[in-house]
Design a binder for this molecule. Structure first.
Ligand code: HEC
Length: 90
């Protein structure tokens, strides 16, 4: 990977090698990539309302009451394209 980066390989080539290394790492050190059971939605809703909604908004649209005070705007979880690029592990 270092050699390909130093030689200014294509982004696709760098990504292919980096993803291969990540896969090898997970084989060597298996860690869970997602929860083993479905999350408790009611508990999650309570925690979200208490700890996250002030910035991310009750609907996750990024327009909570504290959002305007921030120089970096909170992420809108309702932005479907961005959400699809995220994983439970990330
Ligand atoms: C004080 C305001 C604030 C609170 C409270 C807050 N966030 Fe955020 N959050 C932000 C901001 C601002 C960003 C964007 C940071 C950036 O772009 O660098 C962000 C980004 C994120 C992201 C990244 C999303 C992505 O697509 O990259 C996740 C996930 C997230 N917050 C989850 C949470 C959760 C879960 C909670 C509650 C436990 C929470 N946040 C509480 C302000 C907040």
């Amino acid at each position: 990977l270092q050699g390909v980066i130093a030689a200014k390989g294509t982004p696709e080539e760098v990504a292919r090698i980096a993803h291969g290394l990540a896969a090898d790492l997970l084989k060597a050190y298996p860690v869970p990539l997602a929860p083993g059971k479905a999350p408790a939605l009611a508990r999650g809703a309570t925690l979200f309302a208490q700890n996250c909604a002030s910035c991310h908004g009750m609907t996750g649209d990024g327009h909570g009451p504290d959002a305007a005070k921030l120089t970096t705007p909170p992420i809108a979880f309702s932005e479907i394209t961005r959400a699809r690029q995220r994983s439970p592990f990330a």
